[in-house]
Design a protein around this ligand. Structure first.
Ligand SMILES: [Zn+2]
Length: 162
């Protein structure tokens, strides 16, 4: 018998953020609205000499540190090819087809993604988390999988390898 992988997962509870966004699709842009997002994290890896993949508490804290930066913010896809985004005098101005919004910088999470879909948010969180876990000195992670649930039963996923 062979064990093919070992993993730990943490999810939901305090791994959540409530944020506003407007995603684009098919050349259109959604109205401004919000979600109570929930995050699911799965880490695959080799066991440490103490037979851990990752400490649950440390994994939750590392994830919370990332999602707390998104909580109660407007999630802005800085690499959008459709939104016209400008920054001046500590305000973001976002324009699309005759609609113009202005947000104080303190209310915005500017993200290096092209759209604020759950899949891209999962990718953003996954990349940040992979960096944070690697910075703590391990090379035992083989895969990280992040789910961002926009609403119950509706989750975007991203899988990353180091
Ligand atoms: Zn939405």
């Amino acid at each position: 018998m062979t064990v093919t992988s070992r993993s730990v997962s943490v999810e939901r509870n305090r791994l959540k953020f409530a944020s506003a966004h407007m995603a684009t699709f098919h050349g259109e842009c959604e109205p401004l609205h919000g979600h109570n997002y929930q995050v699911i994290v799965e880490v695959d890896g080799e066991l440490t000499e103490d037979s851990w993949v990752w400490d649950f508490g440390a994994l939750k804290k590392a994830t919370r540190d990332i999602v707390d930066e998104l909580d109660h913010k407007f999630l802005l896809q800085m690499e959008s090819s459709l939104l016209n985004i400008a920054f001046a005098a500590d305000n973001y101005t976002v324009a699309f087809a005759g609609r113009t919004y202005q947000f104080p910088a303190s209310d915005v999470a500017p993200l290096p993604i092209d759209n604020t879909t759950a899949e891209r948010l999962a990718e953003y969180i996954g990349k940040q988390l992979m960096r944070a876990l690697q910075a703590s000195g391990t090379n035992l992670i083989s895969q990280l999988r992040i789910g961002v649930e926009e609403m119950p039963g509706q989750t975007g996923w991203c899988t990353l390898i180091p």
